[in-house]
Design a protein around this ligand. Sequence first.
Ligand code: PGA
Length: 271
Amino acid sequence: MDILIRENYEQMSKSAAEIIASCVRSKPNCVLGLATGGTPIGTYQELIRMHREDGLDFSQVKTFNLDEYLGCGIELDKPYNMDQSYARFMYEELFRHINIKKENIHIPDGKTKDPREFCKRYEEEIKKAGGVDLQLLGLGADGHWGFNEPGSSLGSRTSLVALTAQTLDDNYEAFYKNANIERSQMPHFAITMGIGTILDARSILMIVNGSKKADTVAKCLEGPVTSQITSSAIQLHSGDITVVLDEPAASKLLHADHYRHVEKMKLQYGL
Ligand code: PGA
């Protein structure tokens, strides 16, 4: 596991975007797993810049998003109003600015009539695409990945889940309040890739910023593997793992100096 500590959010975002871009350059038809939330916005902005200024080409890239609120969703590039769906988020923050093909974008369908059947199909689609090459992840304040809240099985697959009060509060502050939607009107369920689904990705890239998540970061990376912090399953992943943190998010790590040392040595030895 490579743990990279960057000075601030901007540097964290640049490092993360560089890792995604190098995946796209080395395998133009790669499959990316994507995340929503405040954390990846800077990474997406940097990818958009690379697309515009350096010609980073997404024309063959396929994407699978982690999660979606039940009852939410838009048809990409069709008119929409106050929808707070993750589909809208992705369209606004990334997809409409790059040359990705609409048919290559996959986001759980929050408006499906049969969520359980949909979840099975989503798993099959990921397999059919050849599996996820690089999965981008944020970290929830309660340690979740996607919407895998404390207590979710570490082997879980894509499924319909209930959201915790903390996640509802966090996401209300971040997204719903601005849209003048009452907290009580927020969806309480979501479709999410499972922890088992996420661990199938060949590489994992987790990004976290801010001192508010410092305790959770330490539990996730240095604490015991537990379903109470579902992202602690990162310690079980068998492929490449890169974690990019800003200084405040890394401030509670016991071995931060060691992680800095490893990065320096790897650079020095060209590894
Ligand atoms: P955030 O959410 O990026 O908005 O903090 C992260 C998450 O819940 O995974």
